[in-house]
Ligand binder design. Structure first.
Ligand code: SF4
Length: 375
């Protein structure tokens, strides 16, 4: 079992409504269940087998963490900090929806110890936000940024999505520039993906989503890379761009395939047992089942997998190749003939022990990982 500092994730599964494209473990619920879930997460933390292990990063995700009250957020963070004492400089992030924040909430969050805020802006176009099913309006985004800064957040991310239904290249360009003009420290720029079990999936099957074609998606992505770099954002992962020193330390732990301990309904965690075997677990997903399991002391995991060394190695390739710092091929076994093929195709470059995706290769990340994997 690891005694080195680890990444801690806490999942709050509640949202004001369910977005059409969302396949996260999130529920449009209000009332008592939220209080009960917060109390259950506190109990889960208190019973943690990893109590005392220091936190190198802490991340509240969801769902919409800021759908909770400031009192609930503070209580949860205080408990995390008690169970997992933070290392100096620990990055403590909360995701936030611009429509669920106000000055008192941000002030209370800073006071509690949060030092990074990640705002789910997604688009500055009212029509996009309506189509996506978001609860916020475009004007809420700049207001949330201003309030977060005033409250004391010195590390702020904006999430934006591109290739939205009906979105033109020009509309994306304006969205991107509007986000950059707000001077966030970090930008996460994701292509909309249509996931099974979502309203968007069903609409798409019926041909009712007017999605930009592959060529337009590719141009949108390339504009994201070029424009963010013009404004001082260094790309450090396929979809993530940061000002100097503002890379998301928590997400870097995932991409480096490190272990992380997770709490809350549907939270997925990964740890090494006493024999050094790697296990991944998923907590009960529905808040009621989660609360019941905690209160009755029943098994909390609805899923657990022993990650065999081959799978672990493949995951390391798949995640590591996404990073601009490259994949260290001396630490994983890769198919060396494939490296030559990939270099010939112009998808990767090879320098010393490291493989790097080229700008072209970034469009084929999964294919690159599959080809590199020797299994
Ligand atoms: S706010 Fe985020 S988590 Fe909540 S429904 Fe929308 S996409 Fe899903």
């Amino acid at each position: 079992m690891s005694t080195s500092p680890v990444a801690i994730y806490l999942h709050t599964p509640f949202c004001p409504s369910k977005c059409g494209y969302c396949d996260f473990n999130s529920y449009a619920m209000t009332g008592e269940i939220i209080d009960q879930t917060v109390e259950a997460i506190i109990l889960e933390l208190e019973r943690s087998p990893w109590r005392g292990t220091s936190a190198k990063t802490i991340f509240f995700g969801g769902g919409t963490p800021t759908f909770l009250s400031e009192k609930q957020l503070t209580r949860l963070l205080h408990k995390v900090l008690e169970i997992h004492p933070p290392v100096p400089g620990c990055e403590i992030t909360s995701e936030a929806n611009p429509g669920t924040v106000d000055m008192p909430k941000f002030a209370a969050m800073v006071q509690a110890g949060f030092n990074r805020i990640s705002l789910g802006a997604q688009s500055f176009e009212q029509s996009d936000l309506l189509t996506l099913g978001r609860v916020h309006e475009p004007s809420h985004i700049a207001r949330a940024v201003a309030m977060a800064r005033e409250a004391g957040f010195r590390n702020l991310n904006l999430d934006l999505m591109f290739a939205l239904p009906g979105q033109s290249r020009k509309a994306w360009s304006i969205n991107l520039q509007t986000a950059i003009d707000l001077k966030p420290d970090h930008l996460s720029l994701y292509c909309l993906t249509i996931e099974p079990n979502t309203r968007y999936y069903r609409l798409n099957l019926r041909g009712m989503l007017d999605l930009p074609d592959d060529e337009v998606q590719r141009e949108m992505y390339e504009e994201a890379v070029t424009k963010s770099s013009q404004f001082g954002y260094r790309q450090y992962e396929i979809s993530n761009f940061a000002q100097e020193g503002k890379e998301c330390q928590h997400n870097l732990c995932y991409w480096r395939n490190e272990c992380y301990y997770s709490y809350g309904p549907g939270a997925v965690g990964c740890f090494e047992d006493q024999e050094g075997r790697r296990l991944r677990y998923t907590n009960m997903k529905h808040p009621s089942l989660y609360v019941e399991a905690i209160s009755l002391g029943k098994k909390l995991w609805c899923d657990e997998d022993l990650i065999d060394p081959k799978t672990s190695e493949f995951e390391q390739i798949m995640l590591g190749i996404r990073l601009n710092s490259g994949l260290d091929v001396s630490r994983v076994s890769v198919d060396t003939r494939s490296i030559k093929t990939l270099v010939r195709r112009g998808w990767v470059t090879h320098k010393e022990n490291y493989l790097f995706l080229t700008p072209e290769g970034r469009h084929f990340c999964s294919e690159v990982a599959l080809l590199l994997s020797p299994n």
